[in-house]
Design a protein around this ligand. Structure first.
Ligand SMILES: [Zn+2]
Length: 489
């Protein structure tokens, strides 16, 4: 006989990565999000620990969005025997088709490097998962449009444990609601055993140019809420003024502006602002290089789903005015600055690194933990003419955090470089709600959930948000890694 419905926090509890929330109810197991741990080594090592349950016993997975810290463990789950469906929105499915094979490629490369240089206790070092695992995970994705509740499984099928008193005829459902955080991003509303459980995923922001506002939700019995910026307010939107100043000053020094950026999502907003500043003649027109094949692919998905983006943005770009005829370019024209070049091949990327032409280079990864941006940083970071501008959350342990905290030297690809370039950080392009926006979203609830569990935050943010929510007389609990809680009735 199954116990009472419960949640077990298998990731993003007390930290911002590795989101995995196990819901057990009516004898079923549903994993909501299946993310990689990133950042500090002690966190990354968790990706190698076995889950406290057999992946084959999970009935279904529900994905809130396609950021790696929410979906990047899927291939490992599949390699471990998970054969069920992975529910997500169509936009999330598209972005997963970019990020999962890429993540597998990086895992394979890392293992190859470790074997080549012998810096491994394991012989041979193995990747966390392979390209084959990633391809297989993609075949299990089950796209579901927004605001269309669908059954999590056929009633009566696949149920291993029938809970006494449960009604097998009442099919549990999942429904996705726009979260405004990334193309395809959603809260997942699961109705099971007479309860409504809202998994907030990552909460987007209000009044941003590319993505729509997070949709309001009126009620839930149980809420999981992210807390990334639970202790902070983003700087006020300055209409691109600071970005304009950074671009202009770097151009005046004859330098290069390097923007490490998350390949999916953030690039769209960075390009939006550069394009707008150019159109308003507030910055000089510079060559802009987008050096990230994944970012180019993601922009094409954004451009093909304009109806899911901010209405004002979609209207402003859906008319004529496509000026570029290069193959592949037409489909990112909505985001094209005057002199945008998309850099596809590694050779083109190497040529760009070697060139000293004043320009703007957008490349991933966003926290400078890997990817092509490392070579751009190595080539520019020791020269005071240049600027490195970070545009999002920088997790503890990443190069992005070290640099924005003022590091005087930095290790890149095995060498130490002195930091002489100007280091900037623009917070207003964050994709995560700040505490004011979180509270604004919560104010849409007609009654407090019976319990709100706080996840996806570092400890100071979690405790600050818990205090803010408790002050509004909402029951609130900060989730602990591997903690299992019975859901209140
Ligand atoms: Zn996210």
């Amino acid at each position: 006989m199954a116990g009472p419905p419960s949640l077990t926090f298998l990731g993003a509890a007390g930290t911002v990565t590795g989101s995995k929330h196990l819901l057990e109810a009516d004898g079923r197991r549903i994993l909501v999000d299946c993310g990689l741990f990133q950042g500090l080594k002690e966190l990354r090592l968790r990706n190698w620990e076995p889950l406290p349950l057999d992946p084959a016993t999970i009935d279904g997975v529900v994905l809130t969005h396609a950021h790696l810290d929410h979906c990047g463990y899927l291939p490992r789950l599949v390699a471990g025997g998970f054969r069920g469906r992975i529910f997500c929105t169509p936009g999330t499915k598209e972005l997963c088709s970019l990020v999962l094979p890429d993540a597998a490629h990086i895992q394979e490369e890392d293992a190859r490097e470790a074997n080549r240089h012998g810096f491994t206790k394991h012989s041979p070092a193995l990747p966390l998962y392979t390209s084959i695992d990633a391809a297989r995970a993609l075949t299990q994705l089950q796209p579901v449009g927004y605001e269309r509740p669908v059954p999590l499984w056929e009633s009566g099928q696949g149920q291993r444990i029938v809970r006494a008193g449960s009604d097998p005829g009442l099919a549990p459902t999942v429904e996705f609601i726009n979260a405004g955080h990334l193309l395809g991003s959603a809260y997942a509303r699961i109705r099971i055993g007479g309860r409504t459980i809202l998994f907030g995923g990552d909460l987007g922001r209000y009044d941003r140019p590319v993505l729509p506002d997070p949709s309001p939700v009126a009620e839930a019995d149980i809420l999981l809420l992210e807390s990334t910026y639970g202790d902070r307010r983003h700087e006020a939107d300055d209409g691109g003024e600071r970005l304009g100043r950074i671009v202009t000053e770097t151009a005046q020094r004859g330098g290069r502006l390097i923007i490490p950026s998350f390949a999916i999502g953030r690039v769209a907003e960075v390009l939006y602002w550069l394009k707008r500043l150019e159109e308003e003649q507030r910055i000089p027109v510079l060559p802009v290089y987008l050096d990230s094949p994944m970012a180019i692919g993601a922009l094409q998905f954004y451009s093909s789903r304009l109806n899911e983006l901010d209405a004002g943005f979609a209207n402003s770009v859906s008319g004529p005015g496509i000026r570029h005829e290069t193959p592949g370019f037409r489909r990112v024209a909505a985001f094209a600055t005057t002199r945008l070049t998309t850099v596809a091949s590694p050779q083109q990327s190497a040529d760009l690194v070697a060139s000293r032409q004043p320009s703007i280079v957008i490349s991933s990864s966003g926290m400078a933990t890997g990817g092509r941006v490392l070579r751009h940083l190595a080539a520019t970071i020791s020269n005071p003419k240049n600027t490195v501008m970070f545009v999002g959350y920088q997790a503890a342990g990443t190069r992005g955090r070290l640099l924005t905290d003022g590091a005087k030297e930095i290790k890149l690809m095995g060498r130490t470089y002195s930091v002489a370039a100007r280091i900037e950080r623009i917070d207003s392009m964050s994709a995560h709600a700040d505490v004011g926006e979180i509270m604004r979203w919560l104010s849409g609830f007609s009654r407090p959930p019976r319990m709100t569990y706080l996840v996806h935050g570092e400890p100071p943010a979690l405790s600050a948000l818990a205090a803010t929510i408790a002050a509004a007389r909402w029951p609130v609990h900060v989730a602990v890694h591997h903690e299992r809680v019975d859901l209140p009735t």
